[in-house]
Design a protein around this ligand. Structure first.
Ligand code: SAM
Length: 333
């Protein structure tokens, strides 16, 4: 078949559940202002992931220090066949799909058995999502991609009612980007939108030697720091801001006591920054820290307990013994 015909046929397998032109952060400016007016000041991690932020995150994932991507990929490679045999050829709904590099390992299980699959990636980064859909339908001839370009919660609400079990995928330890109360709320929402028999495959980073975690978030190539500092650029572009990147520094530190890695942006001098779209000016002291991201590192039993409490029963748990990263396969009761 001609390459163009192939591409057209592939395009017919890309659908938009939530239209890609809808901007998930369209009404978020009041939250930005409220967060920058609080104490401590805060910028939501939702601003990390625009196209530039996702590209930088992908580069960070390829660094020797960032074990999370490597180890989760290996766990999936080792166990994808087993996961497929346990769950069968169910539709896949992925929360925070990003570039879905690891999801391809699961999709290959469908492909090699000649089975079709409906895949629903949910992600706020709508540009990356559209590119992902194109690249997946070209790589997997029996795959249909239903793009859900919005937040987890709105995405779950927008999903068409399913008949039969589905698999929710939540990889990359994205669950660690929430505070504990949010983790409980999120799992209970997922449980409400899910149905009895649905599966949940969850990847979560575990508590470990702080030096290993500190290295992962302070990679020597500087991709992690640049991906976080990109939020300032993102705010500048969206809201007519005048953050000067060189006036800020990235800070990341793991606290074993609370099992939290805190990522903050430090103001290097006393300065004022304006977001023209809001007519809002924020004053920052020298050395003042802005909260940017949190990465919880889990105790596997504690996280398992939270999953149980939300109505998910453990089917299998795989833990990398060296880097201490876990994959949980759960089923909705
Ligand atoms: C840490 S990356 C993980 C990407 C991929 N799942 C992986 O394992 O490498 C988080 C992804 O979730 C998306 N994301 C973050 N917060 C979100 C939210 N509230 N709703 C939907 N997507 C979100 C980001 O755009 C990004 O693609």
């Amino acid at each position: 078949m001609h390459a163009r015909t192939l591409k057209t046929a592939a395009n017919e397998r890309v659908h938009y559940v939530v239209c890609s032109s809808e901007d998930p952060l369209a009404n978020d400016l009041p939250n930005v202002v409220a967060n920058l007016s609080g104490s401590p000041k805060k910028i939501s991690s939702a601003y990390v992931y625009d196209k530039t932020g996702t590209a930088l995150f992908e580069q960070q994932c390829g660094t020797p220090e960032y074990y999370l991507r490597r180890v989760e990929t290996e766990l999936l490679r080792l166990h994808a066949g087993h996961i497929f045999r346990l769950c069968g050829p169910v539709p896949i709904i992925e929360l925070g799909a990003g570039t879905a590099e690891k999801t391809r390992i699961l999709l290959t299980e469908y492909g090699r058995r000649g089975l079709s699959c409906d895949y629903f990636p949910i992600d706020v980064d709508v540009e990356t999502l559209a590119e992902l859909a194109q690249s997946l339908v070209l790589a997997f001839p029996l795959l249909s991609v239903h793009c859900v370009g919005t937040t987890y919660e709105a995405g779950l609400r927008a999903l068409p009612a399913g008949s039969g079990a589905r698999m929710f995928l939540f990889l990359g330890s994205s669950i660690g980007n929430m505070e504990w109360p949010q983790v409980y709320r999120f799992l209970s929402q997922l449980s409400c939108y899910g149905a009895r028999g649905d599966y949940l495959l969850l990847g979560a980073d575990l508590d470990k030697d702080p030096a290993v975690i500190d290295r992962a978030y302070n990679d020597s190539a500087g991709y992690g720091p640049r991906s976080t500092l990109n939020v300032l650029d993102h705010l500048n572009r969206r809201y007519g801001g005048n953050f000067q990147m060189s006036n800020f520094r990235y800070r990341s530190k793991y606290d074993s006591q609370s099992k939290r890695n805190e990522v903050r942006i430090e103001s290097l001098l006393s300065q004022s920054v304006t977001l023209a779209a809001a007519g809002f000016t924020v004053s920052l002291e020298a050395s003042e820290l802005i909260d940017a991201e949190v990465m919880l590192k889990f105790d596997p039993d504690e996280l398992g307990g939270a999953l149980n409490q939300a109505g998910f029963l453990l089917l299998r748990r795989w833990i990398d013994p060296v880097f201490k990263y876990a994959l949980f396969l759960m089923q909705h009761q």
